[in-house]
Design a protein around this ligand. Structure first.
Ligand SMILES: Nc1ncnc2c1ncn2[C@@H]1O[C@H](COP(=O)(O)OP(=O)(O)OP(=O)(O)O)[C@@H](O)[C@H]1O
Ligand SMILES: [Mg+2]
Length: 481
């Protein structure tokens, strides 16, 4: 009997070999090759010439190039998902014919988010919800739960609202048939890993399956102008599961994240061909579904009473300013090397700021343990948080409380200088809106007038020492402080 032909596919990059290697020759990853049945149909397809007649082009002739000025324009008509927070991350709404991949940890609320959007869009567009993971009964139960809470449709009651089509199916062929028959404006596939192309021998969720199913769905979506929302799973390492090629294939990649211990969920655009990336949408997981958080700064602010070792910064996620509280705890170490721990901020960044404070303010921080946390479990990546971190650390070290109503924004250079940050005016507006009255910012912002108009006292500083004196009202380098 002939041995079945198999190939080894890298789960990391998707490259194929006939022989097993411990290390992928394509991307260099170790132990990522998995055996799969060779798929002759797929192989033959791949060997076809790159230039193919484009379906729907009309003539059936291969498409030719044309001058850019002669290319016909169609106004981009975005469809609102019914949720301002989701629309913001999409760049203003769903674009017809686009593919959006929504990834996230298990149980974070991907199905809930998309089912709620389906309910909300149903009144305005035809929607097909393909549930490949859950039975129709399970989806119905969730729909009922959302309908009862009124969260399923922010504009009204979904039970009396429009209907959408539900298909509980894992076979790709049947899903494609339904898409062709219904030609919906929006189709939701939950999830791409659970779909199965019977032509391929491999199991659902394998590299070949995910790549093939997504490509087949993409072809039909582009042809029919259907906006496709694909749910994708996240691997143990935190990357979107399936080959990297999936991220290249789609127009937008959104990640839905959240702290297991907190109820808020953050939706971010990692890639977007129709809008800005790093936009942030904030939701709150309630017992009956996801609710939008239109004023997220309040989530990331601590209590009303300022305490020693806290500082408030204005971080910017995309075009969205967020007022966030930082807390530091500095205490004498009882170890040979002091402990440093940072939650929500890169540990390297904290080490760098501590070194700058030690060098330029003469504070002996290397003899102290230092813990830093961002309130509300937010991850702050941008360097504009540096000055806030420095202020929180110094305030804890000196047991000082920053005057209430103070925000700090600025990047620290290794020489102790304060570097300008982007979107400062937007940040000041958000701080003023939340009732802050003083802002410590890098020198040369040119925003004194604008800040005065907002009712903010603007304190500009060229270096970290100057900024901390302005913020704290005392010189932290002075031992009598
Ligand atoms: N019956 C219920 N009552 C209250 N909350 C529920 C109920 N069912 C689900 N939830 C909430 O919704 C969350 C799961 O949401 P959802 O199923 O949308 O997640 P998911 O990201 O699609 O998960 P998966 O990756 O497993 O598909 C749960 O973590 C829970 O907080
Ligand atoms: Mg789900």
């Amino acid at each position: 009997m002939a041995k079945p032909s198999t190939v080894f596919v890298c789960t990391s990059c998707g490259s194929q070999t006939r022989q097993f290697f411990g290390r992928c020759s394509g991307c260099g990853s170790w132990n990522t090759l998995v055996e799969q049945k060779a798929a002759p149909a797929a192989d033959n397809r791949r060997r076809r010439p790159v230039v193919e007649p484009v379906e729907g082009a009309g003539s059936g002739q291969p498409r030719r190039s044309e001058p850019i000025q002669a290319v016909g324009e169609r106004p981009l008509q975005r469809l609102s998902s019914g949720y301002g927070e989701l629309d913001r991350v999409l760049g203003g709404g769903l674009v017809p014919g686009s593919l959006v991949l929504v990834g996230g940890d298990p149980g974070i609320g991907k199905s809930t988010l998309l089912l709620q959007s389906a309910c909300s869009m149903a009144g305005r567009a035809s929607v097909l919800y393909v549930s490949a993971e859950e039975s129709a009964q399970q989806v119905k139960l969730r729909w009922r739960r959302l309908a009862q809470s009124g969260l399923g449709d922010p504009a009204g009651d979904p039970e009396v609202g429009a209907d959408f089509q539900l298909l509980a199916e894992t076979d790709l062929e049947l899903v494609l048939q339904e898409l062709e028959a219904l030609r919906p404006a929006v189709a939701i596939i939950d999830s791409i890993q659970a779909l199965h192309d019977a032509e391929l021998g491999s199991a659902p969720g394998s590299v070949a399956q995910v790549r093939d199913c997504a490509a087949a769905l993409a072809r039909i979506a582009k042809r029919q102008d259907t906006a496709l929302l694909l749910v994708g799973h996240v691997t143990k390492e935190g990357a979107l599961a399936g080959p990297k090629v999936l991220e290249h294939l789609v127009d937008a990649v959104l990640t839905f994240e959240g702290d297991r211990f907190a109820s808020h969920r953050l939706l971010r655009a990692v890639k977007n061909r129709f809008g800005a990336t790093h936009e942030l949408g904030v939701f709150e997981m309630r017992d009956r579904g996801l609710a939008e958080v239109t004023n997220p700064s309040e989530l990331f602010l601590g209590g009303d009473e300022p305490s020693a070792g806290t500082a408030t910064i204005v971080a910017c996620e995309g075009t969205r300013p967020l007022v966030v509280e930082l807390q530091a705890l500095v205490s004498t170490t009882s170890y040979a090397s002091p402990r440093r721990s940072a939650t929500g901020i890169a540990a390297n960044r904290l080490h760098q700021i501590l070194a700058v404070l030690e060098k330029h303010l003469g504070l002996p921080l290397s003899r102290f343990d230092c813990y830093l946390a961002v309130a509300g479990g937010l991850e702050v990546e941008e360097p504009a948080a540096d000055l806030g971190v420095a202020a929180a650390v110094v305030a804890s070290y000196r047991d000082l409380t920053l005057p209430p109503g103070t925000v700090l924004v600025g990047e620290l250079g290794l020489g102790g200088q304060l570097r300008p940050v982007g979107q400062l005016e937007l940040r000041l507006q958000e701080a003023a809106r939340l009732g802050f009255t003083r802002a410590v910012v890098p020198k040369g912002s040119g925003l004194a007038k604008a800040a005065a108009g907002l009712g903010l006292q603007l304190l500009e500083a060229g270096g970290v020492a100057e900024a901390l004196v302005a913020a704290l009202g005392v010189n932290p380098a002075d031992d009598r402080a």
